[in-house]
Design a protein around this ligand. Sequence first.
Ligand SMILES: NC(=O)CC[C@H](N)C(=O)O
Length: 493
Amino acid sequence: MNGLLIAGTTSDAGKSLVTAGVCRWLARQGVRVAPFKAQNMSNNSMVCADGAEIGRAQWLQARAAGVEPEAAMNPVLLKPGSDHRSHVIALGKPFGTLEAGEYATGRAGLARIAFDTFAELRTRFDVVVCEGAGSPAEINLRAGDYVNMGLARRFDLPVLVVGDIDRGGVLAAMYGTQALLDKEDQALIAGWIVNKFRGDVGLLRPGLDRIEELTGRPVLGVLPWLDGVWIDSEDALAAAGWTREQRGGTLKVAVVRFPRASNATDVDALAAEPGVTVQLTAEPDVVRTSDIVVLPGSRATVDDLGWLRSRGLAEALSRRVGEGRPVLGICGGYQMLAREIRDDVESGAGAVRGLGLLPTTVSFSPEKVLGRPVGAWRGHEVEAYEIHHGSAVAQGEAEPFLDGWRAGPVWGTTWHGTLDNDGFRRAWLAEAAAQAGVAWSPSPGAPGFAALRESMLDRLADAVEEHLDTRALMRLIESGVTRANGEPAHPDR
Ligand SMILES: NC(=O)CC[C@H](N)C(=O)O
């Protein structure tokens, strides 16, 4: 067995979730499977047990596959910082920066790393399920590509292309994607998957039949819109799946939408808590009046702090703190709460005045801290992870809170992922709700967040089993694209 590449007609077509679903489906068959994404552009990353930093989507896909997440599953991670620069993580460790203009030249070395890593990874697993990035139809990037068709060609991987029917234009996108590729790349396109479908497949069928005729490739399935499946998005806050399904919770949490938010998946577990409504916002009124405000992480602390001030959000925060209403700062958000931030590393701005809501001073160091710390709060165990250059020390009255500090209604920690811990999350929410004057308590018997994440992965795998032609998929994985393309569409139907 070998591998497969799951590409998309667009960003956000559902490649990550389809990859996760295919990983779990294969794992259920007893196949030893690893996820792989040659290059990810995301500020949502995770620290693996081996200390490597990878995209959260690959971390989640490894969980779906039932294997330990590791650096090789996402050898290149680009983290967009201030506007024209990306921080490069290679094999889990910092590897310099790429300016937007250096994209073509800077990438040759990264391509080599990605290819070498894939070649090694596949010696250790039965199957490697690769996820593409963006769309292979971005032919302007094809020459230096090592994530989509560039990877598929190098390793002769069959490519499945996922199209998002919710966005519309899916038939044109599939047809156009194939048409734009050169012959050799086209030869690797093995089939189509329609994703996020709601409604009657019968109505779609004539279009799918025609696409099969026109492209000579089978539609390997139509995946339905899956309500309530929104795990670990790769994109920033805007893409958090749960924003689509807000319920009328009694406890209103506002999460500030920083332009360079990082690890914003921290708030996913809040959104899943019964009786809690989470809203992403950049509105001063919402920040002033919500029951709880979360300042998430940021890949550009000083720049996002400037943005906070320019939007009137800093003032709204000070006012709510004056009224005793809780604010939780996480990593970059926690750094902003300080009296002073000394940063010659990330922004190069030197000493900058912070919001002054915690009695702390933050200093940035060139060394990046990557870790998986554990701690406790009020008797609740907390497993977390940390990814930062800046560290805070307190110089005044404050109460320890995890690795950080709390002063009255202001809470801050460098740790990410703390809210995934059920006992801690619920205890902290109850205390913060009381500060906000809201009667909220955890619902007895509500599922824990890890269980919820597992059930989402299982629903994805169930959808793969039910709606995709898994026999054709297995044949492709076992024999590659040539044989599969030599057979008629849907031989079993
Ligand atoms: N994860 C974060 O929020 C990082 C915070 C900040 N950019 C730092 O590097 O220290």
